[in-house]
Design a protein around this ligand. Structure first.
Ligand SMILES: Cc1cc2nc3c(=O)[nH]c(=O)nc-3n(C[C@H](O)[C@H](O)[C@H](O)COP(=O)(O)OP(=O)(O)OC[C@H]3O[C@@H](n4cnc5c(N)ncnc54)[C@H](O)[C@@H]3O)c2cc1C
Length: 413
């Protein structure tokens, strides 16, 4: 019976361990935390968006960080297979907006528990509080791993599934990169992906906690459009976050990297469903209603309450004016600001605050059909430790499950 060691009990490691065991290997799963799947528990705001129900091509398109590398593993273990796998484990699923797949119960805990119970049931040996530090080579051959304190775990195949360097409190502290480097692998420089953004404007603090739904946000660098998104965003004490901002953060981070930190602006269209003319008519109606009020009291029907003082402060129109005194030219300025509420981005937040780590174990040194290292035979990599990163929508967990399955399958051969 082949002995397989899996390092890291996250999405990729648990899938690798289950698959290798199903293929008849003797499997030991080593996890440095006291429990499995700590990061999975916080995914999808505690609901765990396990995959996406789109086509394989869609999934690859939504993994801008080397999605094409996943072609083989996604075909070997697709989103359909992930859903079937969880159904077999008793986790019913549902599909939501954007083809996002969640457990019917809305509880990430149910997904993690089902995986953990399944591993126990099929006889995977799990060792907790075991931090692996390097692979163990004897007589030029892979022989297992060495954990903190020097304890050796022997195995003919080793799967490294230690995750990225984001949200380190979950256990993903980037150990896998060090293990891979010591084994002779190159690491593509790490970058935050899906990360909040810091802004120059100090007044964002006043908007902390405000979420804007159904807005259009466009990111530009000079004349160049870096990307745009529709949906929800959030103000924080340092800047902006939320789904559309996280999605835009990748082209922004790439731009900062290639331009040596040029200037990036985000333009928020607060009323994307209305044309300039429609919005002007809408404002004229509101201004009739509020004609005897100060300008600062004329936006209650148009903007969230907490945004009004900031909006009025930025407006190049005297706020002590009465609404009936507002000229057509001033009204145009109001329309302009509603359609183009601009913030200047100074930097991304650090990797630790990113949903996903871009960069990682260099894919040129990994066989995409098996996830085996081209440098150390018998060594496999799976999940976020690889130089792969996707958008939100279930794509990152799908990548972890597909690569985990492929690595576990091949490691057991
Ligand atoms: C807030 C948040 C929400 C997210 N939501 C979603 C979502 O809804 N859908 C989605 O698709 N993706 C989501 N993601 C991304 C997704 O969680 C990750 O891409 C995915 O968990 C990666 O799986 P992994 O198994 O490679 O790594 P991880 O899940 O990070 O697991 C790695 C494991 O390895 C262990 N480990 C690390 N080093 C060692 C070591 N030296 N020895 C032993 N064990 C070690 C860690 O403790 C950890 O348990 C989210 C991420 C975050 C931060």
């Amino acid at each position: 019976m082949k002995k397989v060691i899996v390092v890291g009990g996250g999405a990729a490691g648990m899938m690798a361990a289950a698959t290798a065991r199903e293929r008849g290997a003797e499997v030991t799963l080593l996890e440095k935390n006291k429990r499995l799947g700590k990061k999975m528990l916080i995914t999808g705001k505690g609901r765990c968006n396990i995959t996406n129900a789109g086509s394989i091509d869609d999934i690859i398109k939504n993994i801008p960080g080397n999605g094409r590398f996943l072609y083989s593993s996604l075909n070997r273990f697709s989103n359909r297979d992930v859903i079937d796998f969880f159904h077999r484990l008793g986790v019913e699923t549902k599909v939501e907006r954007g083809a996002r797949v969640f457990p019917q119960s809305n509880r990430a805990m149910d997904v993690v528990e089902a995986l953990k119970n399944y591993l126990e049931k099929i006889g995977v040996r799990t060792k907790y509080e075991t931090k692996v530090e390097e692979i163990h080579i004897t007589e030029g051959k892979l022989a297992g791993v060495i954990a903190h304190g020097g304890k050796t775990f022997s195995g003919e195949s080793v799967v490294i599934a230690t995750g990225g360097a984001s949200y380190p409190a979950t256990g993903s502290t980037g150990d896998g990169y060090i293990i891979a480097q010591k084994a002779g692998h190159r690491i593509t420089p790490l970058k935050p992906s899906l990360v909040p953004l810091e802004t120059l404007e100090p007044w964002v603090k006043e908007l902390q906690g405000l979420s804007l739904k159904n807005v259009k946000v466009e990111a530009t660098a000079g004349e160049k459009v870096l990307g745009y998104e529709f949906g929800e965003m959030l103000f924080t004490h340092f800047g902006i976050s939320g789904p559309v901002i996280l999605s835009l953060s990748k082209p922004i981070a790439d731009y900062f990297e290639t331009s040596g930190h040029g200037t990036v602006q985000v333009h928020i269209d607060l009323k994307p469903a209305l044309t300039i003319e429609q919005l002007d008519l809408r404002i004229q109606r509101d201004f009739q209603k509020y004609s005897r009020k100060y300008l600062s009291n004329a936006f209650f029907d148009l903007l969230p309450k907490s945004l009004i003082p900031v909006f009025v402060n930025i407006l190049p129109v005297p706020k002590e004016k009465f609404v009936h005194q507002i000229t057509r030219e001033e009204r145009n300025k109001i329309v302009k600001l509603l359609k183009n509420f601009t913030l200047t981005i100074t930097k991304t937040r650090p990797i630790a605050e990113a949903i996903v780590t871009a960069g990682g174990v260099c894919l040129k040194e990994i066989n995409p059909k098996t996830m085996e290292s081209k440098i150390v035979p018998g060594l496999y990599f799976a999940g976020e430790v690889l130089d792969i990163d996707g958008f939100t929508g279930g794509y990152n967990l799908q990548a972890a499950f597909s690569t985990g399955y492929t690595a576990g399958f091949s490691a057991a051969e």
